[in-house]
Design a protein around this ligand. Structure first.
Ligand code: SDX
Length: 377
């Protein structure tokens, strides 16, 4: 029975009103709660963006200091959480599969787990944001036989993550590059993982369940998993001179070039503008400009051949690579930032909720007679 025309992938379907973020795909505009992403990337910090996304306005200095401290206080794990990390941090486990289980595990020692009040969900938001960064960094150190490191209360989230991951104090450029990357990935309208979180929250299930749904959704290569595949592509191409033919061959095989295309943007993803600059600066700093140059060549060819533009995942790959971050941690870093957007969307969903339950046209058979199993051939 035909209920209505199916909108594959919900393309163009508007399912809610939201003040979290707005994307103008035709003009390449992204705003968080009214503020343009270019201003936030140039002038803000990840901690300030957390306040903005969860409160709908920029903080006063006192409010900023409070959020900075509340996040800092949550950049630590209890004994059971450390036991969990030590047990599962090994090279057989996909880091996003680890993070999916880790988020769910964090529920077991969260005193507010079944409290869906706004205040309790904000407390859980700080714990999830603080602990996810610790767990991602610790996962990599432990799987490499190193001891995990404690965060430093006086440093911000971005600088602490790089310290906990690499065991050395990041310099100004690296720390700011990570802070900008966290700002750029924090929210993006009703993308697949955010929608997954909202569908879960809309049943009035708990926040940890909603964020677990989101992590599992972000893992996919068509969504958050693309950044790792972009770097794998660059490494496979190897040299700038090989890039054009490699891309032409891939397109001839009808393959997708990771990091390009978007369901909403029909021009340059504004986030890619900043990541492109960071990739250039960081690749120059390590003396390996070929990863940036190769990215520019791939951009030129894909745009010329398919009219596609880079999305957030394209230049983030060479940016993270130039910071010495392992490839399979790129998507966990995406999740460590986007958890702030997921929490903000869940706060919005809980505050004005209706169960999310679409329909489908039934295309199966009808009127079949039941035949006992001993009479079936
Ligand atoms: C993120 O939604 C968000 O906001 C997501 C995100 C966020 O911040 O949350 O922005 C983060 O997920 C970015 C996207 C990361 N994924 C990738 O980079 C994977 C590669 N990109 C694609 O698979 C694709 O572009 C999507 C999934 C991102 C969007 O796909 P759509 O909107 O469903 O478009 P489509 O698959 O219908 O493609 C339309 C046409 C097709 O050509 P035809 O078959 O009609 O001839 O464009 C082509 C596609 O083949 N196309 C590509 C392509 N992306 C689309 N061709 C080659 N390479 C690509 N990357």
């Amino acid at each position: 029975m035909q209920l209505a025309e199916v909108r594959e992938g919900l393309e163009g379907v508007v399912v809610a009103n939201s003040s979290m973020s707005w994307i103008d795909g035709e003009n390449g505009v992204l705003i968080y709660q009214g503020y343009n992403i270019h201003d936030l990337a140039e002038k803000s910090t990840f901690e300030e963006v957390i306040f903005l996304l969860w409160n709908g306005r920029l903080p006063t200095q006192a409010e900023f200091d409070d959020y900075f401290k509340r996040l800092s206080d949550e950049r630590q794990l209890n004994d059971q959480e450390w036991d969990f990390v030590r047990r599962y941090a090994n090279s057989q486990v996909h880091p996003m599969a680890f993070l999916r289980t880790a988020v769910s595990f964090l529920a077991h020692s969260d005193p507010d787990v079944e409290d869906n009040s706004h205040e309790a969900n904000v407390r859980k938001g700080f714990r999830l944001t603080g602990k996810m960064a610790v767990m991602v960094a610790a996962f990599d150190r432990i799987r490499n036989g190193k001891e995990p490191l404690q965060a430093k209360p006086e440093w911000n989230h971005a600088k602490n993550f790089l310290w906990m991951l690499k065991g050395r104090e990041p310099d100004e450029l690296e720390a700011r590059a990570m802070d900008v990357a966290l700002i750029l990935h924090a929210d993006h309208g009703f993308n697949a993982s955010t929608f997954a979180a909202r569908v879960t929250a809309a049943t009035l299930s708990d926040l940890h369940s909603a964020i677990t749904s989101a992590v599992g959704t972000l893992k996919g290569p068509l969504h958050g998993g693309a950044n790792t595949r972009v770097m794998q592509m660059l490494l496979e191409i190897g040299e700038v001179e090989r890039a054009e033919q490699w891309v032409l061959d891939a397109l001839a095989r009808k393959e997708r070039i990771m990091g390009f295309g978007h369901r909403v943007y029909r021009t340059m993803d504004p986030r890619a503008v900043h990541l492109r600059e960071l990739s250039k600066k960081l690749c120059e700093r390590i003396g390996e400009t070929k990863w940036y140059e190769m990215s520019e060549k791939i951009f030129e060819v894909v745009h010329r051949e398919k009219g596609l533009w880079p999305n957030v995942d394209f230049f983030s790959a060479s940016t993270y690579y130039a910071m010495g971050i392992p490839l399979d941690l790129y998507t966990p870093i995406f999740a460590m930032s986007r958890v702030v957007g997921w929490v903000g969307h869940c706060l919005e969903q809980y505050a004005h909720n209706r169960l999310i339950r679409p329909r489908a046209n039934y295309v199966g058979p009808k009127g079949l007679q039941y035949v006992p199993i001993d009479q079936r051939t």
